[in-house]
Design a protein. Structure first.
Length: 341
């Protein structure tokens, strides 16, 4: 029947409806109490409600689709949604959302109404993100093989490369800077692969390798070489104070080692060991003075005993000072006035 003026009573008591189409056009409602409905199309033109008293059971071959790309449900209210794949344009979950299995979130941002985002294991919030702080909890946190554990930072294979304690960063391994980089403190370079920064003014070094360049300037302080041998070229200094012997030796034939004291090479005292030709055997000691002043007795050698002048060795010979005598075997043999025979 298709007469819209006919008022139909509810259809009840049917156990099965098997039809190509069930149309409710023009009717306010269709009340049906049926255990099984098999239809190809159910059109509901007046937007009435269809109340299902049991579950919708699809066939086992998964060949039926609930809705189409053009015909969709506005809202779905359900207690449990169990599906192999579900695609939503917008999904609002008013209660809890439990995901059991691998979940991929293909989104640029995740927005939460209260500004907090948490990852929970059922007992502890492992990740808590609020408006300004990200808190990671657990025994340790691995980020691409970098492990954070308590106050330690390291690798999954070496868990304490860095440790933080008492405002101090401890490095429990080597630090390797790439070529061209340097260590800085307060934006000042203190060390490169070959240079110690000029701002480093003091040090507690106890040993160094071979130093083949550079200089020691004023204010260096005492130089303590201990008992080690100091091999060097010329030494220019104000004074030499020795608590032990000063030894000048060279075990080389014809070395003729000398000691020179004076102002320059033209004004000095020269004391030299002369060796036998082509040997290291001592021949004699040469005492020599040199002076640029050509005047008489310039460059003489004067001897004093207890700060008292005793004699000079000058251009003329040996000259005793007044009151002095020549002695042989502690016996006076000659004075300025007496000759003892």
């Amino acid at each position: 029947m298709s007469n819209s003026q006919v008022i139909f009573s509810p259809i009840t008591g049917l156990s099965t409806i098997n039809s190509d189409n069930v149309l409710t056009n023009g009717l306010s409602s269709v009340e049906q109490d049926t255990e099984l409905i098999k239809i190809d199309v159910m059109d509901n033109f007046n937007s009435a409600f269809v109340t299902l008293k049991s579950t919708i059971i699809p066939d086992v071959t998964n060949s039926y689709t609930l809705g189409t790309t053009l015909l969709r449900f506005s809202d779905i209210y359900t207690e449990i949604l169990d599906a192999t794949a579900v695609n939503f344009t917008n999904l609002t979950v008013t209660g809890g959302l439990d995901v059991d299995g691998l979940t991929t979130l293909d989104q640029v941002t995740i927005n939460t109404t209260d500004g907090d985002f948490k990852v929970w294991d059922g007992a502890t919030s492992l990740i808590v993100v609020d408006t300004s702080i990200v808190t990671l909890s657990g025994t340790y946190v691995d980020v691409e093989n970098i492990r954070f554990s308590g106050s330690n930072i390291g690798l999954t294979t070496d868990t304490n490369l860095l440790s933080l304690e008492n405002d101090q960063l401890n490095v429990n391994g080597d630090i390797n800077l790439v070529s061209g980089q340097r260590y800085e403190i307060d934006n000042i370079s203190i060390l490169t692969n070959n240079t110690l920064g000029s701002s480093v003014l003091t040090s507690s070094l106890t040993t160094v390798g071979a130093l083949d360049s550079g200089s020691i300037s004023s204010g260096f302080g005492n130089f303590d070489n201990g008992s080690s041998t100091l091999s060097t070229g010329n030494i220019t200094c104000n004074a030499i104070t020795s608590a032990s012997d000063i030894i000048l030796l060279k075990d080389t034939a014809n070395s003729n080692r000398l000691y020179r004291l004076g102002t320059n090479n033209s004004n000095h005292l020269n004391m030299q060991c002369i060796t036998v030709s082509d040997t290291t055997d001592l021949d004699y000691i040469l005492m020599r003075t040199i002076s640029d002043d050509a005047g008489a007795n310039k460059g003489l050698i004067r001897y004093e005993i207890d700060d008292i002048d005793v004699c000079d060795i000058n251009d003329s010979g040996i000259n005793l000072f007044s009151g002095k005598e020549y002695l042989i075997n502690d016996t006076s043999v000659l004075s300025s006035t007496v000759f003892i025979r």
